[in-house]
Design a protein. Sequence first.
Length: 220
Amino acid sequence: MTDAEILSRIDHTLLKMTASAQEIKTLCDEAVRYNTASVCIPPCYVKTVRSIYISLNICTVIGFPLGYSITSAKVLEAERAILSGANEIDMVINVSDVKNGRFDFVLEEIKLIKRTCAEKILKVIIETCYLTEDEKVRLCSIVTEAGADYIKTSTGFGTAGATLADVDLFKKHIGSNVKIKAAGGVKTREDLEAFINAGASRIGTSSGIKLLCGENPAAY
């Protein structure tokens, strides 16, 4: 697998609380230079980034990272993000609803946000590190039924990130129209290839370009 093929699957990500405008600009410049699938940035930067990078594919996060915002707040976040110029939305489910067995609430929330996204891409983060296998399987069905475009393993802020076992589990239980995004815990070039070969269409990582292009990507 070539570097270019791997880069085309990467959501080049910077979501840390202290992310500065200059760091976001560097992220976007790298994404343009290396043709990553998108940049994944905090919602507060979407409007500014869109005004500078007209054709850049912008992903942002909703209900992030804990997922327990009320549904109406998540819907409003998604609406404003799209109006500001986001092409893709990565939302976090309410894991508390899962633990309370309120799967109907999870389904309805995803449906509402997908309706808000319309033709924009919606990725649903289920935060696998907190779930049982039965819960993961149930959520594969819910994400499929809700009409989301992707199921995503992790926020990168939980106790663990993506595993190949979870990607394999998703493949067995999602619908044919749902793709997989792996995020968190991708540490090497070998990891990037392994997750793509396992079935992940996207990889969320802040270090993918550095892994492929070295400490000084501009010199690559």
